[in-house]
Design a protein around this ligand. Sequence first.
Ligand SMILES: *[C@@H]1O[C@H](CO)[C@@H](O)[C@H](O)[C@H]1NC(C)=O
Ligand SMILES: *[C@@H]1O[C@H](CO)[C@@H](O)[C@H](O)[C@H]1NC(C)=O
Length: 237
Amino acid sequence: MKFTAVLAMGLSSSLAAASSFKYERLDKDDAMLLVVDHQVGLYSLARDFDPTLFRDSIIAHAGIADVFKLPVVLTSSADTGPNGPLPQEVLDMFPDSPFIQRQGEVNAWDNSAFRDAVIAANKSQIILGGITTDVCTTFLALSLREAGYSVWANIEASGTTSAVVRDAANDQMARAGVNVVSMFAIAMDLMRDWRKTPGAGELIPWLDQHYPVWGYLARSHYAAVNNGTIQPGEGPN
Ligand SMILES: *[C@@H]1O[C@H](CO)[C@@H](O)[C@H](O)[C@H]1NC(C)=O
Ligand SMILES: *[C@@H]1O[C@H](CO)[C@@H](O)[C@H](O)[C@H]1NC(C)=O
C-alpha cells in the first residue's frame, strides 16, 4: 500500500515534469499576420533565397491570411525612397487592412500608429515575415515578445544578405521564444484538420500555387483517379 502510494507519487511527479512543456499551437481565431517591409527595393537585399522563390514566398505569406481570413497589418519603411513600395499583388489582397507607411522608424513597434493597429486587432498570436530578417523581422519580433505576444516568424517570408546573417537572426529570435517555423508549418498549424473549413478545399489550391511538392502530388493523384491507367510493371510487387 505504502509502496503503491510512493510509486503513484513518483509517477504523478514525473508526469507533471513531462507536462511542464507548453506546446502553444496557432489558433486561427486568435492569430493575425504582419507584412513587414516586403518592399520592391528592399527585395534586392534578400540574397539568402533564390529570388523567384522568394518573390513567391512573399505572396504566399500574405496568402495565408487570405485563406484563413486573419486580420492583417501591412507596414513599409520610407517607401517613396529607394526601399520602394510594397508589391501591388500584396496591396491588392488587403485593400481594407491597416497599412502603416513609416517615415523613419526602423523597428515598426516604435511607430504608434502601427502599435495601435496591432493592438486593435485584439489577437495574442502574431505571424510575421519581413525584409530584412535580422533587422525588420527580428527587431519587431523581439518587441512583440516583450509586449507579451506569442510570435511565429515565417522563415521563408524573411530574407537577408547571407545565410550566416539569417542563421544568427533566427537564433536570436528563437532564444526570445519566437517560433521560427516554415510556411507549411504555419498553414498546417492554422488548419489542424483537413476536414475543417478552411481545410482541404481551401488549402489545396494555396498549396498548388505556393508549395508545388504538395500541389503537384495532389494533381497527380487527381489525374490517376480521374483517368489513370496502370502501366505494365506498376503495382505492389
Ligand atoms: C478581445 O478578445 C477577447 C477574446 O479573446 C474578447 O473577450 C474581448 O471582448 C475582445 N476585446 C475587444 C475590444 O474586442
Ligand atoms: C482520358 O485519357 C484519354 C487518353 O489520353 C483521353 O483520350 C480521354 O479524353 C481522357 N478522358 C478524360 C475523362 O479525361
